[in-house]
Design a binder for this molecule. Sequence first.
Ligand SMILES: [Zn+2]
Length: 427
Amino acid sequence: MPRLVLTNVRLLDGDNPPRDRMTVIVENDRFTSVGNTPPADPRPDDECWDLGGRTLMPGMIHGHYHATYTDFSAAERLPVGMEAPPAVQTIRAVDHLKTALHSGFTGVVSAGAPYAIDAACKAAIDSGMIEGPRVVAGSRDVSTTGHSQDGFEWHWGEGATAQTNIADGADAFRRAVREEVKRGAEMIKIFATAGHGTFGPSPGLEMTEEELAAAVDAAHQRGARVRAHLANRDGILASVRIGVDIVDHGDGLDEACIEAMIARNVFLVPSIRYPYLATRLWSGPQIDEMRADMEDMIRILPIANKAGLKMTLGDDYGAKPLDHGTYGEELAFYVDVAGIPPLDVIRWATRYGGEMLAQSEELGTIAPGKLADFLIVDGDPVADIALLGDARNLRAIVKGGRKVRWELQNPSEAATDPQASQPTMIH
Ligand SMILES: [Zn+2]
């Protein structure tokens, strides 16, 4: 494969402020050179592009992805979309994963899926059968009999075994996690508390600490990780102490939680875009509770961000009214609603997301040796974060050095319209 030599790049590397007039070289699936001078060793077969000052940034990562969710609605009850036959849910997942990639998300970390659909889709993507992002495959929801979601219709009848893995007792939790890993899950989803869109009050965990500890131990022993639906302070503190890897939602977060999570390198996926939109659509006591939790989160998130808590993008897309394909709007949302600086939100989407996905630093930033997942964007997302909410601004999407989208113009077209500063193929 010829090298890809990109010059006149505005480099947004996933961590630092943009740098202009940079040169980035990609060879096979990785970046091999990033600098501010022309390539030192030009090769006759180099594929060279002058980006005309366009922004090059890492592919974004979605940190809480439900590939199967489709018009899923808790507030409007049945049908919720998860009662559909497995093949139908799989077809939806294939479509959504492709949408994610074409929205600039080159990686997704699942927050749960039925019928081992994530693991199947991941295998199909990795073998080239279908187009999609890098996937960390999720499990069914694991929790106890009668937990806050256990009254929902999709947990009954046939759906019960599809969507949830009910366990009672430490041994049962251990077994449930082993079953999920056997089915291909790399990320175990535990429903650990109520709140954040689920019904019923829940002071603390919906399981014993012994049960949760058994789940975490079983997952880690098999090389899987654990993410937990958590929406109260005590639940967060207990889960972090026990060793969960990712806190989902995190309603009830306070300074003690932030400190504990940073100390143990636990990620937070605040996912408050769903409650933000849902509380504008629906009303009732549960919605009021959701709104109060969300407002607390809006207050604490800038503090958590400043303290250095690693957060990522990601939310319950596919749950009404949050549509698949609008993932990139989340960046402007956190800037506008929670006052997070644009560069920090970009870091959530790239560096931290990459770290969460890959469990290493080889994804999510642009530097020599890193995996070449990147976007070429019209304009400067730091100056206008909303650019990333419209995939039409993405002129190129590249995953592992392979072009998923490449809409750059050839030199003759560029010459006729210098005003547009079209990217130019140099030779
Ligand atoms: Zn979710």
